[in-house]
Ligand binder design. Structure first.
Ligand code: UDP
Length: 408
């Protein structure tokens, strides 16, 4: 099992000791993380490593998942989409169902004995409403792109957010007018997980064998859930523009998350768009395809994440860690990862994406240099150990509000 000490070679002993000292200040605290799925998407990706590390440091941290039926997850997916700016009209019945399922979960989850409850994203947001004890501190951790939410929906949800002791957003642009403190914590990747650890050539070959990937031409890759905000059709359009000048292949790889019923529909749309094109591979990944994603990111010549809304974009960080010069949509959390010509490229259109793909395919030395800078940037800013430090700081601040310096 991976322990904190294993990260020492990457971040140094001093940083490990700092994390340990910070953890002593919250030793024994009971912390509960709540989200809506154990598999699929960035939140579960982070919690799988963060929760064990917090426990290793003496924090009594558990992870609970709310349960709901298909109707509930259809509503919460619509809420997710509308918070990211889609125009969707909600019925009163829809809202009642959303609250009813949360109320039922509140009864089952036993959150009253926790010192700190951290609720991830809008699906379990109303849980706070059904607990009245003063002892517990409630934190709403919003991972999605809230730069331009549907205002009617936000007005409805704001009432529930206001009941929390604080909120956390990934970038300042997502913060809102709220009566409590708002903190910025960027997400992170685990460099030692199967998704990100080093793989040698033989392992890569072995892992990708079942997919029959042809490497006769440069490979462009996007990995993401089949979600319209990830713009898979836009990636195909950009690829077709590139193909007019440079011969290459495209791989769109992704799975379906249990809390995202829309995924199957989008997958079909993408399959249809790519049908008959021998240079496009659409790979439907099973849950826990971590090594496959790792291998794909390593063999790709160009990695793209052409999102049109993005809370953060862990896939961008993952590829940067593998020294790829990533091309990303100029939106949300991608903008704090990719800096043009330094750590990657931001694009605003299909034409822009095609231009940057061609640019990188034709300039492998530049792509290599940007890739190295990208990895360095991730090491400094987006590893799980930094995330751990931020959460430990938050735990302390919740008990000691207003303190500017923490003595450890
Ligand atoms: N991912 C995965 N399987 C898939 C698609 C994505 O494991 O089929 C992972 C991906 O590698 C990343 C996370 O899920 O770690 C997605 O996080 P991101 O922030 O990029 O997007 P989200 O899905 O949370 O919107």
């Amino acid at each position: 099992m991976v322990t904190l000490k294993d990260y020492q070679d990457i971040i140094g002993k001093k940083n490990i000791n700092q994390i340990k000292s910070l953890a002593l200040l919250s030793k024994g605290k009971k912390v509960v993380m709540v989200n809506s799925t154990k598999d699929g998407g960035g939140v579960s990706e982070i919690l799988h490593r963060l929760v064990p590390l917090l426990n290793e440091l003496g924090i009594d941290c558990s992870w609970k998942v709310i349960e709901g039926d298909e109707d509930f997850f259809n509503i919460t997916k619509n809420i997710h989409n509308a918070l990211q700016g889609d125009k969707i009209s909600f019925s009163n019945e829809g809202f009642s169902q959303y609250l009813k399922i949360n109320k039922r979960n509140a009864k089952n989850l036993d959150l009253d004995n926790a010192d700190i409850v951290i609720i991830h994203d809008p699906q379990p947001l109303p849980l706070r409403n059904y607990h009245s004890g003063n002892k517990t501190k409630w934190v709403w951790r919003c991972h999605i792109d809230m730069s331009k939410p549907d205002l009617t929906l936000w007005k409805f949800l704001q009432k529930y957010v206001m009941k929390y002791d604080c909120s956390i957003f990934s970038i300042s642009k997502f913060s809102k007018s709220l009566p409590h403190p708002q903190y910025l914590i960027a997400p992170s990747i685990d460099p030692l997980s199967d998704k990100n650890r080093e793989l040698d050539e033989n392992e890569i070959k072995e892992v990708l064998k079942p997919f029959n990937i042809n490497k006769d031409k440069p490979v462009i890759l996007q990995v993401s859930r089949f979600d319209r905000f990830k713009d898979p059709i836009g990636v195909i359009d950009a690829f077709r523009l590139v193909k007019k000048e440079v011969d290459c292949r495209l791989i769109l790889a992704g799975g379906l998350a249990s809390d995202d019923p829309e995924g199957k529909i989008v997958f079909k749309e993408v399959k249809k768009e790519a049908a008959g094109d021998p240079d496009i591979d659409i790979l439907l990944l099973k849950p826990k395809s971590d090594i496959v994603i790792n291998a794909l990111q390593r063999i790709a010549d160009v990695v793209i994440q052409k999102s049109i809304k993005e809370g953060f974009g862990l896939v961008v960080t993952e590829a940067m860690w593998k020294e790829k010069a990533v091309i990303g949509g100029d939106v949300g959390g991608i903008t704090i990862q990719l800096y043009n010509h330094r750590t990657g490229f931001l694009v605003n259109s299909i034409e822009g994406a095609a231009y940057r793909i061609r640019y990188l395919l034709n300039r492998p030395e530049i792509a290599h240099k940007i890739g190295q800078q990208a990895r360095n940037f991730v090491t400094q800013n987006f590893l799980i150990t930094r995330h751990l430090r931020d959460y430990l700081t938050l735990f302390y601040i919740l008990d000691n509000p207003g303190q500017n310096i923490i003595y450890i």
